[in-house]
Structures are given as structure tokens and as C-alpha cells.
Write a protein that binds this ligand. Structure first.
Ligand SMILES: [Ca+2]
Length: 170
């Protein structure tokens, strides 16, 4: 095989390569059927929790979750609360961080509701302590964060910047 032959073979290879590249560029990306948050977060029931390691106010956290098609986490009942606590401990750990969830008493002091207006059912979700028992912030603290090591709830000043947890429908 002479020089031309080699050159031709090379040209063919380049041609195949370009065809391959073109096919990559022209073929549509595979459809993303995984709801945002479910690929990386934790699924429980028909939802997925996704922790976000960015320090934001409650309002900005809610906005950021909403931008992805979800909302701040709304753990309902024991199963979801336990799943969320286990997830946040592993995701945000090591260490203990407060992280916003979608619960406030902004509209009526002492009446805690989820972001969709559903009232929080009585339970042992609050941190219990003889002196530091929660909620204890009165009108100064109207948003709820959970501590990432045990999942217990604390009322906090809504303007504080902290990690947060989004929720997406599965
Ligand atoms: Ca309050």
C-alpha cells in the first residue's frame, strides 16, 4: 500500500469520526424521566427529598425549590419524617446543621402549617429539652428548620441563611 492508500484510510477514519460526532450532535438527548431531585435525593412514598448545601433565607430557599418544580420539604407523618431524618443525617453530615423545611407560623403565631396550608399534626417532631425546648422563639422565629443529626424541628428567624431541603413529586 502506497502513500495514497494510507492517506485514504486516514481520510476514511476521519470521515467516520465526523459522522459519529455529527450523529451525537443531531440526536436528541435522552428524555429525562426522573423528576428533578429524585436522581440524587431520597425517595419516600410519592415524593423525593433533596438537600441543598447553600446558605439561603427561608424565602430564597422556597424560591429555589420552586424554580426546580418543587417546594420546601413537607414531611407528613412518621414514615416521611424518619426517612427525611435519615437522609439529612447522611447527606449533610458529618456534623449537625439546621436546614429549612416548608413549615412556618408566619400567618398565625403558634399555628404551624406546611407551605401548602396543611396544618402540622401534633407529634414529637419538635426538639425537647427542659430549657431549650422548641418552638421557643415566639413572634421572632416563624420558620422551621430541622437539625440534620436527629431530624428534630426548631423555630428560627426566617431571615437567617442556612441549608435547606426541597421536595419533588415522584
Ligand atoms: Ca413564631
Amino acid at each position: 500500500m502506497g502513500r495514497m492508500g494510507l492517506g485514504g484510510g486516514f481520510g476514511e477514519k476521519v470521515g467516520e469520526w465526523l459522522l459519529f460526532l455529527t450523529s451525537l450532535l443531531l440526536s436528541p438527548p435522552p428524555p429525562d424521566e426522573t423528576p428533578k431531585g429524585c436522581a440524587k435525593g431520597r425517595r419516600v412514598n410519592a415524593k423525593c427529598f433533596l438537600g441543598v448545601k447553600s446558605f439561603e433565607t427561608f424565602e430564597d430557599s422556597a424560591r429555589l425549590c420552586g424554580a426546580g418544580g418543587g417546594h420546601l420539604a413537607m414531611p407528613r407523618g412518621v414514615t416521611e419524617a424518619e426517612a427525611l431524618a435519615a437522609y439529612t443525617k447522611s447527606f449533610f453530615g458529618p456534623g449537625n446543621w439546621p436546614a429549612w423545611i416548608g413549615v412556618t407560623d408566619r400567618h398565625s403565631e403558634g399555628v404551624y402549617v406546611f407551605q401548602d396550608g396543611v396544618r402540622v399534626a401534633p407529634g414529637d417532631q419538635w426538639y425537647r429539652h427542659p430549657q431549650l425546648g422548641q418552638p421557643n422563639g415566639g413572634a421572632q422565629e416563624n420558620c422551621v428548620a430541622l437539625s440534620t443529626d436527629d431530624g428534630k424541628w426548631w423555630d428560627k428567624d426566617c431571615g437567617r441563611r442556612m441549608y435547606f431541603i426541597c421536595e419533588y413529586e415522584y
